[in-house]
Design a protein around this ligand. Sequence first.
Ligand code: ARG
Length: 297
Amino acid sequence: MCDTSKGAHRMEEIMKKKALAFAMAAMMAASLTACGGSSKETTAAQTEAAATEAAESAEDTSTEAEETEAAETEAAGGVLIMATNAEFPPYEYHDGDSIVGIDAEIAAAIAEELGMELEIEDIAFDSIIPEIVSGKADMGLAGMTVTEDRKQSVDFSDTYAKASQMIIVKEDSEIAGPDDLAGVIVGVQLGTTGDIYVSDLEAEGTTVERYNKGFEAVQALSQGKIDAVVIDGEPAKTFVSETEGIKLLDEAFTEEEYAIAVKKGNTELLDKINAALKTLDENGTLDEIVAKYIKAE
Ligand code: ARG
């Protein structure tokens, strides 16, 4: 069957995202014409009208009619771009050519709920929020902690995990808890909450070493270049289990919660994500995904 109306709606959505309005409209009109039938002229015209509209309002203030159309569009497909930093096992990491982990699977499950195709972009952690703000990515899943500061730039979904910043030290270290971090050299991943909290200790003489990847901080620790690493608990456990001579301290540095970031004011996507999260929570999918990556102790 040649469903021209869905094609046109989908078209509109894609163009809003990519702002390739006219080239795409031409392509679409051509391919729709190929479908034949009496509706072809109308359809091509509609497509062009949609293209013009999309081009004129890439930054989009939707009317109600458009919103209904958009809902249909997403049910009919469309691409959902997730920005992440795949250096954070078990939430996101590389396994051969693919990016796997709890966040990758949650995102895939959300995309499936929305009838969309998931695309994952692996970038520096501190580029994720800018990427969402600029609209290059639709959502950020990166074991990202909700903070008041980040809320100034993006909107967050309902939280889907609890986490804490933990401290990793050498096995023979005298550092036994957060209070002992004053005056020592602490490694963190750049732009993370670990970075933010440890930076507060600079006033107490702590030196902060910022690395692009959490694992680089752990390596520096095992090589004796720094005294401690502050990083989220789950990656901390993974790194400690893979590295000789280091240990995780029991006492957490902070308690936090992870959520999905979307562009500020994109309530349409946010509502859909929250509805999908609720479904995935209620039908046990979230628990299944977590259990696959985090073994109960
Ligand atoms: N939870 C911390 C934060 O929000 C660290 C997240 C790091 N995530 C990553 N994928 N590298 O800042």
